[in-house]
Design a protein around this ligand. Sequence first.
Ligand SMILES: Cc1ncc(COP(=O)(O)O)c(C=O)c1O
Length: 394
Amino acid sequence: MVRSDNFHGFNTKAVQSGELRDHRFGNITTPIFETSTFVFPNYEKEAYLDHTRNEPYIYSRWGNPTTQSLELKYAALEGSGEGLAFSSGMAAISTAVIATLGKGGKLLSVGELYGQTQMFFAQTLKNYGFSVDFVSIRDFNAGKFDCSGYSAVYTESITNPTLMVADIRNASRICGEFDIPLLVDATFASPFNQKPIALGASVAIHSATKYISGHSDVILGLVGSGAQLFPGISSLRKSLGGTPDPLQSYLALRGLKTLGLRMAKHNTNGMELAKFLKQHKKIRKVFYPGIEESEFFDVARNNLSGYGGMVSFEIAGGIEKTRKFIGNLTIASAAPSLGGVESLITLPVDTSHSKISREERLKMGIEDSLVRFSCGIEDIEDMVADFENALASI
Ligand SMILES: Cc1ncc(COP(=O)(O)O)c(C=O)c1O
């Protein structure tokens, strides 16, 4: 039987919801149903049903019991009613956006997006006949956008790498007046720090590769929505084929059980590190939505219940000193992802934003010496000591 989701607290849901426990085996954890296909037709009276069709399972691209457990657990945590898993965050984004836009649809998006999403909107969607317009996140937050005539509006809850925060409450109100769905990529917040649907959005999207799975060992996406949009998104997933493998689903399911515990630690580590950095004389600027100095502090307080483990900052003294600082850290590894238990660091100029001209980058607020740090769950005292040493060496 699939455990019901009548649980109250976040951690209780994280552990108990969605689990596929079968009294005939007495299993505690959900098994990995590593099967591509299922007996068909299945005349078993008590057959488990694929929730995307309310029929017995047939084929794992359509639905799979392990993946379904992940989807039910995620939906319980997101408070979205329905949940769907994808083979990557990009599969989740592309499928949810196309399904929501419909034929010849018009998308209005915040401009400050994850690079691949930006390319997907500005190039791919346009090449396939959709129309896409962008609005800056500052105008978006100020309500300076007109969404009449659009089929959907899209934003990220916290942007990369300067950690600007979108005012989802305000945008939901505006989109609601025009009955236009608002889609939110809440990867940097995770369902622990933000539930976009409770703030009024129609769809929540995650690169579950990050905080949700949490151990840097899986590529996966999740989409949460209500009953109205769910059939369109799940039927497009079936056609585009971005369904995860059951083993990936299992890893994400296991990761989700500790999301609340991990996020609490990411939140305190992020805040402590930001406080340490803002008083250090070799740090020019700190970007963290949870500190009062942040331009986005009020929006963050109104839209997030915690500020996460992502901290960006500028090192005084230019790019060579910044590279040396990164090289002298011993706890964090230089790698492009985020949200795992281990700390990771990137220099956007050398990685995510290396193909963008310096002029463009500066306009985006990305200085040469801007560093993006993903706080893991290591002890903050060790992290700060490591930073002290690396900063003293430059
Ligand atoms: C905010 C955000 N959305 C989506 C993605 C894409 O996710 P994935 O790499 O799982 O396809 C990423 C990846 O870094 C991301 O940072």
